[in-house]
Write a protein that binds this ligand. Structure first.
Ligand SMILES: *Cc1c(COP(=O)(O)O)cnc(C)c1O
Length: 329
């Protein structure tokens, strides 16, 4: 078996927020993967348990990865590297938001733990795979042992973290003799979480159907990306069977990556005030908004048993305080 570090407070809680269920019109449970840990928390830690085990096993000295300005993945990587005594280099895309907060939120945490940030523009970021490969080559030439983690930690190895998360959910269901879910819903940004969930949901009989709410690219892009990552995962773990039914929904993306519509912001505020469930504006807020829309359209049945995977993102919310000012007027 491949090595995996134990970096998560597991199992993460599975909670039933009654007032939020009422608001949404479904029988909702939330898998609190925003609580995988402390400042490093979020869905990326489940992937990093595999990557960083691999980095240590290969005696790597420096971890290289990339993301948007307010990348949760880059922040989780930076914090966990600091805890393991590894150097980290983050290639962050400059200029994601109009009133960009390039010092607060995730970036504050990146800098706090001493990650080396290398800012690149959107054009360079489009070619991120070669940016990471070139940096790795240069570091190797200077005597370092670099370990490259792809955007979002989304490849077959990282996705195994979400196959295992579904095993964890199944054990939680069994412990309370609860039936399986009708739908698992979550935010999708680079596809690795979705690939692990579709494989794990079927493997561990958590649900027949998975709804992945795209926050950046479109449905065709993610259908291909998720299929590719799931194929990589199966190559690593031949015991994995067929995936669950997948619906990629790109209708809740909002105006653009990182930006919510006014309606989406109002929903995020309403959810917080109704239930104390704090969503983020980049991923989870859009995904749960997408669930509401799908229920309104009758595509997810009223009263359905829905598992929402809360993937984290709190620092990204804190970086948008200026945007939310108008919602509090
Ligand atoms: C990265 C991220 C996602 C999306 O996960 P992917 O595996 O990249 O699709 C969802 N929510 C949050 C908060 C994230 O940081």
């Amino acid at each position: 078996m491949r090595p995996r570090l134990d970096l998560i407070h597991r199992p993460t809680p599975l909670v039933v927020p009654a007032r939020l269920s009422e608001l949404l019109g479904v029988d909702l449970s939330i898998k609190r993967d925003d609580a995988t840990g402390g400042a490093e928390a979020g869905n990326k830690v489940r992937k990093l348990e595999w990557f960083l085990a691999d980095a240590l096993a290969t005696k790597s000295t420096v971890v290289i990865t990339c993301g948007g300005t307010q990348s949760n993945h880059a922040r989780s990587t930076a914090i966990l590297c600091a805890s393991l005594g590894l150097r980290s280099i983050l290639f962050l895309r400059r200029g994601d938001l109009k009133d960009e907060d390039a010092t607060g939120g995730n970036v504050l945490l990146d800098r706090l733990v001493g990650a080396e940030i290398r800012w690149i523009d959107a054009a360079a970021y489009a070619d991120r795979t070669s940016v990471l490969a070139n940096a790795a080559r240069e570091l190797a030439e200077s005597g370092e042992r670099p370990y490259v983690i792809p955007e979002g930690g989304s490849n077959g190895l990282g996705s195994l973290g979400y196959v295992d998360a579904m095993r964890e959910v199944k054990a939680q269901l069994d412990a309370s003799s609860a039936p399986r879910f009708d739908v698992v819903a979550h935010a999708c940004g680079s596809g690795g979480t979705a690939a692990g969930i579709v494989l794990g949901a079927r493997q561990h009989d958590v649900a027949k159907q998975v709804w992945s709410f795209a926050v950046c690219n479109d449905r065709a892009y993610f259908e291909a990306a998720i299929a590719r990552i799931a194929a990589e995962a199966k190559a690593l773990d031949p015991d994995l069977g067929a995936p669950a039914d997948l619906v990629v929904d790109d209708r809740a993306r909002g105006p653009r990556y990182g930006i919510m519509s006014e309606e989406q912001r109002a929903f995020l505020v309403l959810v917080a005030r109704t239930s104390g469930v704090v969503l983020d504006p980049v991923y989870t807020g859009k995904a749960l908004f997408g669930v509401v829309r799908a229920v309104e359209r009758g595509e997810i049945a009223k009263g359905a048993r829905v598992l929402f995977v809360h993937t984290g993102g709190l620092p990204g919310l804190l970086a948008q305080s200026a945007t939310f000012e108008k919602d509090f007027a």
